[in-house]
Design a protein around this ligand. Sequence first.
Ligand code: HAM
Length: 493
Amino acid sequence: MACASVTGHLLESGLVVPVCRTRKPSSFSPPKPKFFTVRRSLAIRAMSGSPAVSLKEKEGTPKGSMGSLISTDPPKGTRDFPPEDMRLRTWLFNNFREVSRLFSFEEVDFPLVESEELYTRKAGEEIVGQLYNFEDKGGRKVALRPELTPSLARLVLQKGRAQSYPLKWFAIGQCWRYERMTRGRRREHYQWNMDIIGVPGVEAEAELLSAIVTFFTKLGITSNDVGIKVSNRKVLQAVLEKFNIPVDSFPAVCVIVDKLEKLPREEIEGELDKAGVPSNAVEGILKALSLKSFDDLEALIGAQSGAVAELKQLFALAEGYGIQDWLHFDASVVRGLAYYTGTVFEGFDKDKKLRAICGGGRYDRLLSTYGGQDTPACGFGFGDAVIVELLKEKKLLPVLPHVVDDVVMALEDSLRVPAAGVAARLRSKGRVVELVIEKGKKMKWVFKHCDTLKAKRLVLLGSTEWDQGKVNVKDLDAREQTLKTVDELIEST
Ligand code: HAM
């Protein structure tokens, strides 16, 4: 199993994509450090995508004052969140939360570090080989979570039957996978998950699919941009039964078959052979996976098959929700996680430029693999990276400025105390207030600062007005100026 080093970077990561930048950079110019040239060349190298730079201590730097510079790049495959990217992340998560709320789901969370054994499944899944795992200082084998579903299963088991079912839970959390990086695939990403525990029927899957479509629609994405391929693992199960392949090999076969588009056919056949699938069955499996219509599916596995019935019912429900245009039956969707047992689905962009946008399915036996009882469950994971790529492609990225209502400034040092009081009173009314705390700033700077912040008002405290109990209020949009008492100012907000 791959073992990657874990650094202190767990809490900081974000969306790399540049957001529409509406603000000019701050006019603040930090004092130039002595090693300025070194830092600048570093930044240039970082921008040109060079590998981490090793830095020498600048000659002549006094000991103890400035140590050697570290690389300013985050670890490979991870992200920082400068404010503009953080605003985008918050916006995205707010939309995840809002949709989950509309569907009456409750939010849960789990630790980022879990016991390694939660993930060491034996069906040959990629995700297991990609674990960021290590031994903690107490000698326990732990791993950074690569997904949220095992943690959710653990929590359901821990809560036991005392819960009132069905559980409808959602979570938004960072996941770590030591992946080969491609567009939209990173070593860390955030995932929005919605899961329903305790409902055996496809009514649960229909709710989840409807939530996903609601989310896309909220963001301005249409069924011309995105589709959701839907299938059912029972299709493959029926084919395996036809060839008398033991049920035990089913999860491993699903994981192998999921790699069909990535690996050469001989390699797939070799892996299937190792999993106990005879070569005459391979043809049958491949044929089943190429099906795109229910009629063909019925012809292959029979109209009475559970897979056909479930798929038909799910598509009928989709009509009720009005999401039928988004769904496409496609038997080639199997998904690479071993635990799925029934419906499986994957969101894809219709221009075929991006990796899967989201994915999920039914996993009725995951809890029993952890020692609990079989419990009907289904859910999906929706990453933060591919959706942002899609929004960029479709020019749907929102403009998210940092919004400031009032800038408050004391024109003389002796008025800093009342200025703090004015800021406090405005903030208590819910106004976003930037109090000028720097000293010696000129009016030219203040107006520029207001412009950078896109502030709506400037409140100035000068001694002449303040002696009359008043402040100078400049409405920056209307370009009007009035003298007001603080009470009048607060009332007028
Ligand atoms: P998954 O297909 O492995 O499923 O991941 C779900 C989604 O997470 C993907 O469709 C993608 O949006 C995002 N994702 C996964 N890996 C990466 C990566 N390396 N970089 C960026 N984004 C990524 C699961 O994880 C299941 N546990 C989902 C689930 C929940 N099934 C039932 N409940």
